[in-house]
Design a protein around this ligand. Sequence first.
Ligand code: NDP
Length: 272
Amino acid sequence: MADQYAVIGNPVAHSKSPLIHAAFARQTGQDLVYTRLLAPKDAFVATANAFRERGGRGLNVTLPFKGEAFRYATVLSAGARAAQAVNTLKFDGNTVFGDNTDGAGLVNDLLHNLGFALAGQRVLLLGSGGAARGVIEPLLQQKPAQFVLANRTPDKARQLAEDFRGAIEARSYDALADGQFDLVINATSASLAGELPPLPPGVFAHGALAYDMMYGRNETPFLAFARDQGAGQLADGLGMLVEQAAVSFFIWRGIRPDSAPVLQLLRQPQDA
Ligand code: NDP
């Protein structure tokens, strides 16, 4: 029987992960089946256990279970510990290895798909939820010149900055008016609600890259604002999605798939 993998979440019907991993498996000749696993909101552990008992080899974890997956893992990567969240589980007997590939996915998308070298750049990250926390350490590893974090609830940003031992600077949205940034990443869920984070004008440096972790058919209010403000390059989070999946695939199968044709496939209008 082919090895079993799945993405676990609630809701999970919208997930593009089965399409992405099926494409990776075809491309690399790996014999695996990847499905969606809808877990009741109060039954992550029971659902994951049942999947393992059926012979499941690994899971991707999406909302709202990344924190529970972090506690479920018996061995954690350094990235998962920094993020305090797990989006990839690998099962090996009684051992449950937990990793977080979101940050590596974002960095790979920035470096390789968008050609944006982070070293020496001024970076502004918006949001202080799970997605923001998960990408901070991998972004810092690229040695930006400046790393500022802004959040609607400023205390959360301050706490996060403390957790990263002062390597990042927390600022209120109002205080952003004094600075300009080469990369502005929207890691808030504002786009999901069709809203714009309360960014003052003037934060985008000439030619800046505006990156929204959200992806979908329509341009988000954040990307529309960035365009109006003269940002030089706009990107949504589809590349991050494909790249985080590629890192998960490598963790499970030991083979690095080629993400470019899969990203191209997802960009086709019928799959957007
Ligand atoms: P969380 O619910 O953990 O955090 C939400 C964050 O957004 C908080 O910081 C919240 O601020 C902020 N926020 C919400 N609404 C607004 C608003 N109107 N204005 C300003 N700030 C706002 O969500 P996640 O961190 O898990 O996810 C954030 C986004 O990242 C989602 O859109 C998700 O889809 C996307 N994502 C994309 C991935 C990809 O592969 N492309 C991977 C992971 C996430 P406050 O603290 O004040 O409430």
